[in-house]
Structure formats: C-alpha cells, structure tokens
Design a protein around this ligand. Structure first.
Ligand code: GLN
Length: 497
C-alpha cells in the first residue's frame, strides 16, 4: 500500500470514506512516522497515542454502522499546544503549565472532535506563542524538516514541522503576529490566519486577545480550506466571535481562478533587508499571477512601516495583563509553598521559575507601556497607528481584491542565529503583522526555493475582513500553476529525514 503519510487530507478522507483504508490504519501510519522521525524533528510535545487510536476507531465504527462521515472524518491532525484539550496536557510551551490537565476542550478542539478529526498530539511552540523560531519553547527547539539545523518558524514551528515531516496532513496554529504564516513560509507548507473573530478563541490560552487568531495549517490549499470550514463559525463562548456565515472557503479552493481579479503588490514590502532569493521567487509569483489572468498593480501602504513597533507595544501590553492569571494559585506550577511564605512570595517565586526570558521581557515591556504617565505616549500612540494601518488596508482594498507580498524577508535561519537578538527575531514578522493589527485575513503558501540556500519561500496573500474565500481562490490558482511547473508538490523536493 502506498505510504499513507504522503496523502493529502482530502485524499485520506476519501479513502477512509470508501472503505479503502480504515481510520485506525491511517492513525497508526502517522503514529509510526512520529516514532520514526520525531526524535530528530521534535514537532510534538505530547503524542496522544491512545486518544488518537480511540478517536480513529470511533470513526471506523460509525462508518461500519453506515453513518454519513464528514469531509475530514478520520484524518489525523497535530494541534498546537496553545489550545486546551480535556485531560490531555496543555503547556503553551511553558514550564508554568507543566503537568496541567485542562478540565475542558477549546471550541477548536471540540469542533475537530465533532468532525471526526483524529488529534495525534500537541505541538511545540514558542512559550506563550512569543517568538518566530520555536527556540523560546521551554522544552527545546523544533528542527525544520528541510534542514534540521534551521528554525521551522514560530511560534507554531511544531505544527508546521509536523506537516513538512509528514507526521500529520493537517495542523492547527495561532497567529498573533504571524505565527501561522511565517512557519508555513519557511517549511514549504500552507497556513491561513482567518479574519479576526472567524475562529473561536474559547480555550485558546491568551497571549494578546485583540490579535490572537487560530487557523488552519496544511500541505495544500484545499486541505487548509476543509480544515478552515471545520473550525470556523460563530461561538457564543467567545464575545469577539463573528456572528455571520463563514465565507465559502472550500468552494473557493475548488474553483481557483484569478482571471479578472485585481491584485496589489505592497510596495513597502521589498527592497533592502529582503534576501535576494526571496525577492526573486516573489517576483516570479507575481508574474505567474499575471499569466493566470490577474491584473497586477502596485499599492502603497505608507503606515505599514510602523506596524512592527506598534505591535511590540500592543501585544506585550495585552500579554502583561493576560499572563497575570498565572499566579501559582489556579493552574500548573507552584514553587516555594513551604507553609511559611505568603501568597505573594509564592507567586513571585513561581513566576520567576515558570516563565522564560522572552515572556518576562514582554511582561516588563507591557507593564511599562501601560503604566500611568506612559500609557498615552506608548500604548495610546500604538493604538492610533493601528487605526492608520486599517485605513491603509481600506484604501488598498478599494482598488484591489487582494494584496500580495513575500511572507517573510528571509528563508529559515540557523537555530541560534537570532536567539540572543530580539530585534532581529522580531523582523521575521515584518510583512505579517499589519493583518493582525487590522484583523483581516491572510495566507502563506509556497512559491519555490530560494536559489542561494535551497530553502522554501512563502507568498503571502492578504484579503479584506470576511473575504477569506479570496485567499483560497487565489491560493488554489497559484498552487495549480506551480504544481504544473514543478511537476509535483514542493515538499517532494525536501531531503529525506
Ligand atoms: N513572532 C511574533 C511574536 O513574537 C508573533 C507571534 C505570534 O503570532 N504568536 O510576538
């Protein structure tokens, strides 16, 4: 039998539905693959072998009874360790939640289970989703399957690496400043940040609540769309959840046609600081869009240059508030509780031991930015910049249907290269952050390998709020164009692990 781990999610679901393979066989093939390669890749923090096999068996039993199965029933998935899973460890990549077993499922987790998706385990991530390389995980870094000495992106490096290493055909990420798209770009996979409010945040451990957004990660555009449809939609448990029909992402992914569409190239995202091979592959992607029948124009978004500094005030400010709940009293770790110390002393010792350096840096930065006397100068100013960025998008989308840019300025950098240089690390999200600040939708998909290092380059497609379907329409057209050009998926060119 052909290797089940190489199939797409859509193919896997079809083969299970037809009875060609069982969901248990599919789950076992992926668990075997994880046993074979994950010691090298370290995509997973926790593999839930028993839970996965039980979920797969439940799908097989339903099929045997003649139940109609959903479009992803029996398909394995790797879940970022930022979503709660009832009775299954959820650490957020932090020591502060080590050993915590959540008493409830996140809405995303619940919807996956209801769809018959088989959750293989929880993936590695930068602590509290703060980072662009997965090096900030308290449990050690993840390797990029293209070159294990390089970063798989972050914070969702584990989810992206699981896809690229064929440990799972589907994964879930969260994107606060780029943590779905940047890992997708550097691993040659597809990642989508849905419109803010499109996917419930209930049970998503909060980093920066006005920016955090869960979304689908996959190896193909159609698979991402199927997963998007499974997790999206209104949730009364999340007050920022959008109460409107989910855009028809699956239909758009199946149609994949850009003829007559107007596509804007963001002028500010290019030039100095961009790796030559990234610029080259991006330019070729724009050329491909023209060949496919799109009209391409250059668009200026003058305030995007302030997105990064505004983000690094807003995100840490919200984090400093959100992370106050890790007080040693309610969840996870408790240090120094010897009966003599006050609650405040135990809190302080626990937070000192439980949080890593990047998390502490952000808490301090955010507390400072929100403090009286500085609030208007920093936090207030950043919120004004946020509004200007939204207006840039409004002006752009009055002229074009979608915007495009490179997803990241460079390909995957070596593990360790930026670990001690937060500013260099922050630059990885230069092109992704504006969409988080404005709340609109964006995708990254592969557009080739950079000639100088042979590593994947990501094309970013950006759509207006609640026009997520446009991402899939354009993404599917680009993907089909490249499949013809490359004679197969980009990941077929990755070295064997
Ligand atoms: N790299 C960015 C940060 O460190 C974005 C992280 C994210 O999207 N979760 O904040």
């Amino acid at each position: 039998m052909a290797d089940l781990t190489r199939l797409t999610a859509a193919e896997t679901a079809a083969r299970i539905a037809s009875g060609d393979v069982s969901a248990v066989e599919v789950a076992q093939a992926h668990l075997d693959r994880i046993s074979e390669v994950d010691a090298k890749v370290h995509a997973f923090l926790h593999v839930d072998t028993d839970g996965a096999l039980a979920a797969a068996k439940a799908v097989d039993d339903r099929r045997a009874k003649g139940d109609e199965l959903g479009p992803l029933a029996g398909v394995p998935l790797a879940l970022k360790d930022v979503f709660t899973t009832e009775g299954v460890p959820t650490t957020v990549g932090s020591k502060i939640l080590e050993g915590w077993l959540p008493p409830y499922d996140a809405t995303v987790t619940r919807r996956l289970k209801d769809a018959g998706v088989v959750i293989l385990g929880k993936t590695n991530m930068d602590e509290f989703a703060m980072g662009s390389s997965t090096e900030n995980s308290a449990y050690g870094p993840t390797g990029n399957p293209w070159d294990l000495t390089r970063i798989p992106g972050g914070s969702g490096g584990g989810s992206a690496a699981a896809l690229a290493a064929f440990e799972a055909p589907l994964a879930i990420g969260t994107d606060t400043g780029g943590s779905i798209r940047q890992p997708a770009a550097v691993t040659g996979t597809v990642g989508v940040k849905p419109t803010y409010g499109g996917v419930s945040r209930y049970g998503l451990v909060a980093f920066s609540s006005s920016l955090d957004q869960g979304g689908p990660c996959a190896r193909t555009v159609l698979d991402a769309a199927l997963l998007h449809a499974a997790i999206a939609g209104h949730d009364p448990k999340d007050s920022t959840s959008i109460d409107a029909p989910v855009p028809d992402v699956v239909g758009a992914a199946r149609s994949g046609d850009v003829r007559g569409m107007r596509i804007g190239v963001v002028k500010e995202f290019g030039g100095e600081g961009y790796q030559a091979g990234v610029t080259q592959r991006f330019t070729e992607a724009v050329e491909l869009l023209r060949e496919l029948g799109a009209e391409v124009v250059e668009i200026s978004c003058p305030h995007f240059q302030y997105a990064l500094p505004a983000y690094y005030l807003i995100a840490p400010s919200e984090a400093s508030s959100n992370l106050a709940r890790f007080d040693a009293m309610r969840y996870g770790l408790r240090v120094g509780d010897n009966g003599d110390r006050s609650a405040e002393e135990v809190m302080s010792l626990t937070r000192e031991a439980g949080f890593g350096p990047e998390v502490k840096r952000r808490i301090m930065l955010g507390t400072y930015a929100l403090s009286s006397g500085y609030y208007d100068a920093y936090y207030g100013q950043a919120q004004k910049v946020r509004t200007l960025i939204s207006r840039d998008f409004d002006a752009a989308f009055a002229q074009v249907d979608v915007l495009v840019s490179p997803t990241t300025p460079t390909t995957a950098f070596p593990i360790g290269e930026r670990a001690d240089d937060p500013m260099a690390m922050y630059l990885a999200d230069l092109c992704t952050i504006p969409s988080n600040l404005a709340g609109n939708a964006a995708m990254s998909l592969p557009c080739g390998l950079a000639p100088e290092d042979g590593l994947p380059v990501g094309l970013q497609i950006i759509a207006p709020t609640m026009a997520d379907d446009r991402l899939y329409k354009v993404g599917a057209a680009v993907e089909a164009g490249y499949l013809a050009r490359w004679g197969g998926p980009l990941l077929d060119q990755a070295p064997a692990l």
